[in-house]
Design a protein around this ligand. Structure first.
Ligand code: SF4
Length: 390
């Protein structure tokens, strides 16, 4: 494991103060709004396309090097529309360079994190949608810190853009590459920041020069079950993958490990997932973190199979079993391998498509929110907020 204490961008002299909204960035704007933004600067409309081509197509993040723009215009555009939003607070590399975890510090001092994972056929980034999280799941490091604030569209896309840019330039451990897959499974509940997340997904998917051109099927948005938002997703004209973090097939246990279940129970969540699958013809992933002696009994595998089957064709659901990556000092820990296997076999026997996620980055605080909470703890901050004055 290697750790870089500070990354290439240092924001320490630019802090806005806790709770301040980030300034507007090019990546907050739609293609139409970008044209309006350059017009407001007194520039001709065609400049918007030139700028987007530099930013998205060439992955050039330094406006001073955009030689197709006059020097004065470069400065004007940089000042107005390209503020630096996130700096690297810490970077950790594990799995022989196959996993890189980045903790970012925002302009208000909030810490968020992303994880880049290399596989033989793809490079995936797991990103955050909020600083902290208000869902309060007791097994989760992020949940234990509470919600600080929603991220802006540009802060969400920034995580992917910067990873993609640095990968293309060979600046990330493991050699040059490009991001092919995005998972909204870092800090935060994406459906609780719905508008910004949908705008970010659209921008990641839009072909260059308007966006990063990542295939929608390579983008997965997860939720612990915000049913009204799941229903809204059907109307989005974007065929991304929906992942539902179920973690228990019965309300008694799910009420305990996913507090939101008291508002939207297992039946309501599975009904909404089924409606999404039926409407979009896209398979929904059911995520199930295996926690030792909590939710890993085979009778729960059987119950999960029955509840999925009750909604029709198996083909619309795929269960992804995830060994819990425990946080330090937590009473929750990963299932025994034998229990994990038995759980899987019961699902398979019932005909449920199932896989077990390979654990990544266990040596680098791999659980969601863990790196950020460690950084916070080291700075003596409370509820996951870094106080820049310290
Ligand atoms: S598991 Fe997800 S939804 Fe629950 S507290 Fe953690 S980040 Fe939030």
């Amino acid at each position: 494991m290697t750790i870089t204490a500070s990354g290439p961008i240092d924001l320490t002299d630019k802090f806005l103060g806790p709770g301040r909204k980030p300034p507007v960035h090019w990546m907050d704007l739609t293609p139409g709004q970008r044209i309006e933004a350059v017009a407001e600067l007194g520039l001709p409309r065609f400049r918007a396309k030139q700028i987007s081509t530099q930013w998205f197509s060439r992955l050039s993040n330094d406006p001073s090097s955009w030689t197709d723009l006059p020097v004065a215009v470069r400065e004007q555009v940089a000042d107005a529309l390209f503020p630096t939003l996130l700096g690297v607070a810490q970077e950790q590399v594990a799995d022989g360079g196959a996993t890189t975890k980045i903790a970012w510090r925002a302009l208000d001092g909030a810490i968020i994190e992303s994880v880049i994972m290399r596989y033989p056929d793809r490079i995936t980034i797991c990103i955050s949608s909020e600083a902290g999280c208000g869902m309060d799941c007791p097994f989760c490091a992020t949940g234990q810190g509470g919600l600080q604030r929603n991220l802006s569209t540009a802060e969400i896309v920034w995580q992917v853009y910067e990873a993609d840019r640095r990968l293309a330039a060979g600046e990330i451990a493991g050699g040059p590459g490009r991001i092919s897959n995005v998972l909204f499974m870092g800090m935060g509940e994406p459906m609780a920041n719905y508008k910004a997340v949908m705008a970010a997904v659209r921008q990641m998917h839009d072909p260059a020069p308007d966006g990063l051109g990542i295939g929608a099927r390579g983008i997965t948005v997860s939720t612990v079950g915000m049913v009204p938002r799941m229903r809204q997703l059907v109307a989005q004209d974007l065929p991304f993958t929906l992942a539902v973090s179920l973690h228990a097939p019965d309300d008694e246990l799910r009420d305990e490990i996913i507090p939101l279940n008291k508002h939207f129970n297992v039946d309501a969540v599975l009904d909404a997932a089924w409606e999404y699958a039926a409407a979009t013809k896209r398979r929904v992933t059911i995520q199930y973190i295996l926690i030792k002696d909590v939710n890993d009994q085979t009778w729960r595998a059987d119950l999960l199979a029955r509840r999925l089957k009750a909604r029709g064709d198996w083909g619309w659901f795929h269960v992804n079993l995830i060994p819990l990556n425990p946080t330090p000092g937590s009473k929750w820990t990963a299932s025994r391998p034998a229990d994990e296997q038995a759980f899987r076999e019961h699902l398979e026997r019932a005909g449920v498509p199932v896989s077990i996620r390979v654990a990544r980055g266990r040596e680098i605080d791999g659980a969601c929110g863990q790196l950020a909470s460690n950084l916070d703890a080291s700075r003596g901050s409370r509820r996951g907020t870094v106080n820049p004055a310290r």
